[in-house]
Design a protein around this ligand. Structure first.
Ligand code: SAH
Length: 347
């Protein structure tokens, strides 16, 4: 075990194993989990119900560390973009979005992203590295600590920040276990957590098999392979047929649906024919479509369609019986909207 092991992000089961490795009982591991996840305490010295010798032993092999909030930029719409500094000085962002009694946190899973979707600013960075489970869970703990007592804590978590969650599967799964453990973790209902993917078929299957029960969101953005492959290189490996088959296999609870994100790009994927093709593709799928009008960034090769075109697209889907909302992204004025996240890797 390396001396830099971060206890934050370890599953309660792994903390129990660690306690045993250090010659203590599993109960000590559960106590650590309770301090970190239930009480938000990330200081070994403050864990006063742990025997002093055990704490000393623990301090030799492990530490507790949260990403540092370097900046918290408020948007006019009430959301806040957090720039978090990691232990190696790399930076990722998370976005806090209060809305009608909910507080949704959008978290990152990688520094940069390797999937190079044509319309996405993060995609221009390439992949730098995966985040650890500690850094993923740390975003939630850091955001909750920032929100402070009295204010509403994070109620919903969406894995829609920088990176491709399913390309960092092991860390994602550990983070989800910590976030959803009702007794020793952060106790979020899996139904309040949404994992969004470019469409990694093997990852979708694995998420289903592992029984993590979170909501699945698929970044679709086109209803034909021709257009989708142009916008999303990932589609050249896993085309729509394989993707939709994986979606149909994904285990859903009785009223649960799969979310589909569809960024509307002027003159590219926003015609009435595109809308009809999308409705056909989703036939028989328990789906909810979120249309995201394109968010601009400097140097982008796309534009947002005019409002009537957006509403016409939505109208066709509704007419076909597909639940569809237009998601006006939050935090556009502060570079926090969908597809606008890019932090300098090292200052
Ligand atoms: N890699 C995962 C998680 C990122 S979610 C995924 O692709 O699903 C971020 C969402 O914002 C994705 O649906 C992405 O396609 C979308 N997006 C990217 N750039 C955008 C932009 N400029 N305007 C609007 N949405 C964008």
């Amino acid at each position: 075990m390396s001396p830099v092991t971060n206890l934050v992000g370890m599953t309660p089961a792994a903390l129990e194993d660690l306690a045993v490795e250090l010659g203590a009982s599993r109960y000590r591991g559960r106590q650590i989990a309770t301090w970190v996840y239930r009480k938000g305490v990330c200081d070994l010295e403050a864990m006063t119900d742990l025997p002093k010798e055990f704490r000393a032993r623990l301090a030799e092999v492990a530490h507790l560390s949260l990403p540092a909030i370097e900046r918290a930029t408020p948007s006019q719409d009430g959301s806040r973009k957090l720039v978090l500094r990691l232990e190696d000085e790399r930076r990722v962002s998370a976005v806090v979005m209060p809305d009608e009694g909910r507080v949704t946190l959008c978290v990152s899973t990688q520094v940069g992203c390797g999937y190079a979707c044509a319309f996405c600013l993060t995609g221009t960075m390439g992949l730098d590295r995966n985040l650890t489970a500690a850094e993923i869970v740390g975003q939630v703990l850091a955001a909750n600590a920032l929100i402070g007592p009295g204010e509403e804590r994070v109620t919903h978590i969406v894995f829609m920040g920088m990176g491709e969650p399913l390309a960092n599967y092991a860390a994602l799964a550990d983070a989800l276990r910590v976030l959803t453990d009702a007794r020793l973790g952060l106790a979020y209902s899996p139904r309040r957590i949404t994992v969004s993917t470019v469409g990694l078929v093997a990852g979708i299957d694995r998420l289903g098999r592992d029984g993590l029960r979170v909501n699945l969101a698929v970044s679709l953005h086109a209803a034909t392979d021709e257009v989708r492959s142009r916008l999303m290189p990932v589609n050249r490996g896993w085309g729509l047929e394989a993707l939709m088959a994986a979606v149909r296999r994904y285990p859903l609870a009785p009223r649960q649906r799969v979310f589909f994100e569809y960024v509307l790009l002027d003159g590219v994927n926003d015609s009435p024919d595109d809308a009809r093709a999308l409705a056909r593709l989703l036939r028989g799928v328990r789906a909810k479509v979120n249309l995201i009008p394109f968010n601009d960034w400097p140097g982008a090769a796309f534009r947002r369609p005019p409002l009537p075109r957006i509403l016409a697209f939505q109208g066709i889907l509704l007419e076909a019986g597909v639940t569809t909302t237009v998601r006006w992204s939050k935090g556009e004025d502060i570079g926090a909207a969908c597809g606008q996240l890019r932090e300098p890797a090292v200052a």
